[in-house]
Design a protein around this ligand. Structure first.
Ligand code: FES
Length: 100
């Protein structure tokens, strides 16, 4: 599991994942902040519906795709998390908006 490096002082921030507040630290990527918070399921595979989550954390595998501030299919391992950012699983948004 993910653990933060000790003795590195960074400012705490809050962002929202599936409408729930998550605490992160400035400089975290969205994926690393979610993994640090214990979130490991980011999406389901299109065909088998198996749970998928970040694997490479360097922009290669595309397993970390989430919707970020209304923009779909974002590689969250490459995006720095910002205060009040809205992130959601695309399946969750479909359920909430009832459009799929
Ligand atoms: S974790 Fe592999 S592309 Fe983001």
């Amino acid at each position: 599991m993910f653990n933060r490096l000790p003795n590195i002082i960074r400012k705490p921030i809050i962002f929202y994942f599936d409408n729930e507040p998550i605490e992160a630290l400035e400089g975290d990527t969205i994926a690393s902040a979610l993994l640090s918070a214990g979130v490991v399921e980011f999406r389901k595979s299109a065909l088998s519906h198996n749970k998928r989550g970040p694997y490479c954390l360097m922009g290669t595998c595309f397993e970390c795709l989430l919707e970020v501030d209304g923009v779909t299919q974002q590689q969250t391992c490459l995006i720095e998390v910002k205060n009040n950012m809205r992130v959601c699983r695309e399946e969750t948004k479909r359920l909430i908006t009832n459009d799929g």
